[in-house]
Design a protein. Structure first.
Length: 246
């Protein structure tokens, strides 16, 4: 089907990501999911059924901590067909650090937070260019953040910093994209999804399917070539004064 759309969901086999994957499968999109855990990817796809014979459902194992893995996968992803929508939900939770991370935790643990929760997102987008500009004219991107990116919550230092760094990386990356590839349309939304039941938050009573309405809203309405911060209720958030301070 010539007009069939494709979404790539990194973190697409569990939690919010699985809900988003199921939604786009139900809409007849080609759906590609990724994570580090191949068994989870396979098990997720075993439970899904294409709604028409032309629909493609596939997975690619991807390690956001490994730049070589990212580069290799991107070449394979772009060989199939253009990507209309990229969504990255993957992150590691605060459970991986001890009570006083800024005082006592190993630097190696800090590096894992930074690589998974922020640098990995940046590298996925960065490695799409310039090749993607030769294949298509636009790409919408949604990245999952956390209110931790605005916080200094005690005991959450590594997690807080990783999400705050994600914001800075994407703001600066997008500035370069729109200058160097001025004819390429690439709106990026950084979404604060609130809590829901997931592997990261097993105590939540909120169904992860509640993320679908805001995803639909973003895809339909975010049509400015900029970085936007938004929460699950559709409210725009301020991260910093983008008018500059100099």
């Amino acid at each position: 089907m010539a007009n069939q759309k494709k979404v790539w969901i990194i973190g697409g086999s569990t939690g919010f990501g699985a809900s988003i994957s199921n939604f786009y499968i139900s809409q007849g999109w080609n759906v590609l999911i990724s994570s580090t855990n191949e068994n989870k990817l396979i098990n997720f796809l075993k439970k899904t059924t294409p709604i028409h014979k032309h629909q493609l459902l596939n997975y690619k194992v991807l390690d956001l901590c490994n730049e070589e893995s990212i580069s290799k996968i991107l070449n394979e992803v772009l060989q199939d067909c253009p990507i209309d929508l990229l969504i990255i939900t993957s992150a590691i939770s605060n459970a991986h650090s001890n009570k006083y991370p800024m005082l006592q935790e190993k630097i190696s643990v800090f590096n894992k937070y930074i690589k998974t929760n922020s640098i990995g997102n940046w590298l996925v987008i960065r490695n799409l260019f310039p090749k993607i500009t030769l294949l298509q004219k636009s790409l919408k991107i949604i990245l999952f953040t956390s209110r931790a990116g605005w916080a200094s919550t005690n005991h959450f230092g590594f997690y807080n910093i990783s999400k705050s760094l994600l914001h800075h990386l994407i703001l600066n990356l997008h500035t370069e994209i729109i200058e160097k590839f001025s004819n390429f349309f690439c709106p990026i939304t950084i979404l604060e999804p609130d809590e829901a039941l997931s592997e990261m938050n097993k105590g939540s009573l909120v169904n992860p399917n509640t993320i679908v309405p805001i995803i639909k809203h973003i895809v339909k309405n975010h049509n400015e070539n900029r970085v936007s911060f938004i929460n699950k209720q559709g409210n725009y958030l301020n991260f910093l004064d983008t008018r500059g301070v100099f």
